[in-house]
Design a protein around this ligand. Structure first.
Ligand code: ZN
Length: 490
């Protein structure tokens, strides 16, 4: 009797965990707060793994690429599609497996005033559907470039970065955590609880993602998970640790982005569990130390957590169908970076050079930084509304403009004036502050530039006076020469 009960309980628990999917186990969300990494799914997951181990572990992986096959597939893609892609590594896993990324763009590896998007798959080792779909996505884009307008838009106007597997060790071990038994989606700094603020103590996979975000200015991103069918958006955590809707400053924009994914999906938006196929993370169940909130807070990157298959590890025969169900969602989400929102650059009025600064929207408590090289910005917003957009650069007067963002993306370039009009400030802006020896020369040049008209008039007047004087002297000399002649009539 007891044995039967245990089997039934185990089965029920397994299904609940499968629904919980990526971000953790809803049953353990509150109790795990003290030890987020080691106990995130606790004994419940253990039951799932024991259950799984009764079946052959190799069976579930049949038809899926091994880590070395994935690396080979990426390198083959890089050779086949070298005109619009490059392959690079952002680091290594605990067991030394390279964390390889495919960048797709018409100018891969070059900085441009364009938005960048990243897809991250296989955050959890036992959720391998994402890594398979991302390879299919890269190949589909390669095969349809110059044939499909949506693909052209992505390749020509976006830099798309794809990390198929963030957790290759977890995949090879066929478990959620990495090789150090850490849940990577609990290993990021958290806005409410500061248990893992020490960056050195983090996992190499987490550190690699954090470095990556410092190097590339991503506008938006999505991580791919399994165990449910829903597009999840910030906040993932809530201050009171309760399961309640906890809106971030860009709640409307995130709902809009999540809806792009769910509505383009075969059946995500028809979900009976999640209205419209989207959910606020904290409303589903709170997660702390997650990658999604960290991206939005510290990376200026609008990240979604996408649950793309009810079954974490479906039979590989289902992969082509799952790919078809997600294909348009993935493409439309990336394309939304240029199809919607407000975009532009910030320049100085004195020399027309790009000014690194920030963009804010009135009544939204969130700041978007401009790109370092081109001072370009890409501010995602909900269409159909009027916005007050403000550009801010230290030492320059801020400017605000009102835009009506109907449906199509709006382009607004800002040209900012130096803050003060005193000579010192102007000289500094001309000189760019750090040119010591040249400064005196430039100051003289500046002085000449301002008073040039006065000098010109003075020169003309002096020349005229000089001419008059010469004529007067000449006349006196002539008179002087003539007078003796006249004086000798005797
Ligand atoms: Zn996951």
């Amino acid at each position: 009797m007891n044995l039967k009960f245990c089997i039934i309980f185990s089965f029920l628990l397994r299904n609940v965990i499968a629904r919980g999917g990526d971000r953790g186990n809803p049953l353990s969300s509150a109790s795990d707060l003290g030890s987020p990494n080691h106990g995130s799914v606790g004994s419940a997951r253990q039951l799932f793994e024991d259950n799984q181990s009764r079946h052959s572990r190799t069976d579930i992986a049949r038809g899926y690429m091994t880590n070395s096959e994935l690396e080979k597939a990426m390198k083959e893609f890089g050779r086949r599609c070298s005109h619009i892609s490059r392959i690079y590594s952002i680091g290594k896993s605990v067991q030394g497996f390279p964390l390889l990324v495919i960048e797709i763009s018409d100018k891969p590896g070059k900085e441009e005033p364009e938005p960048a998007f990243k897809f991250v798959g296989n955050v959890h080792g036992d959720e391998p559907v994402g890594r398979e779909l991302l390879i299919l996505l890269a190949n589909w884009i390669c095969d349809n470039y110059m044939r499909d307008p949506l693909v052209d838009l992505i390749v020509d106007k976006v830099h798309l970065h794809i990390l198929p597997s963030m957790n290759p060790d977890g995949f090879s071990l066929k478990r959620r955590d990495n090789a150090n038994n850490i849940d990577l989606n609990r290993d990021f700094p958290d806005q409410f609880f500061h248990w893992n603020d020490d960056e050195d103590a983090r996992q190499p996979e987490t550190k690699a993602i954090m470095r990556w975000l410092r190097e590339i200015h991503f506008t938006a991103s999505a991580s791919l998970h399994g165990g449910a069918l829903v597009a999840n958006y910030p906040w993932d955590g809530s201050l009171d640790k309760r399961k309640n809707y906890y809106a971030c400053p860009d709640d409307g924009t995130f709902r809009f982005l999540a809806s792009i994914y769910s509505k383009s999906h075969h059946n995500m938006s028809l979900s009976k569990e999640f209205e419209g196929g989207i959910t606020n993370g904290a409303a589903w169940y709170p997660v702390y130390g997650g990658m999604q909130d960290w991206n939005y807070i510290h990376g200026g990157c609008f990240e979604l957590t996408l649950e793309i298959s009810d079954n974490k590890w479906p039979n590989a025969k289902e992969l082509p169908t799952i790919w078809e169900h997600n294909k348009m969602s993935m493409l439309n989400l990336v394309a939304s970076l240029v199809k919607t929102g407000v975009h532009g650059r910030v320049f100085s009025s004195d020399r027309g050079r790009p000014l690194p600064g920030s963009i804010t929207i009135k009544e939204i408590n969130y700041t978007v930084q401009t790109g370092r090289a081109f001072s370009d910005y890409h501010r995602l917003l909900v269409p159909g509304e009027r916005y007050e957009v403000m550009a801010n650069v230290p030492g320059y007067k801020s400017k605000t403009t009102s835009i009506w963002f109907k449906e199509e993306a709006v382009n607004v370039d800002f040209i900012l004036d130096p803050e003060a009009t005193s000579e010192g400030t102007l000289q500094r802006s001309i000189c760019d502050c750090d040119c010591s020896g040249k400064r005196r020369f430039l100051s003289m040049g500046y002085f000449w530039g301002i008073h040039s008209e006065v000098y010109l008039v003075l020169i003309v007047v002096l020349a005229f006076l000089c001419l008059l004087l010469r004529r007067r002297i000449k006349f006196n000399l002539l008179k002087h020469r003539q007078s003796p002649k006249r004086s000798v009539p005797v």
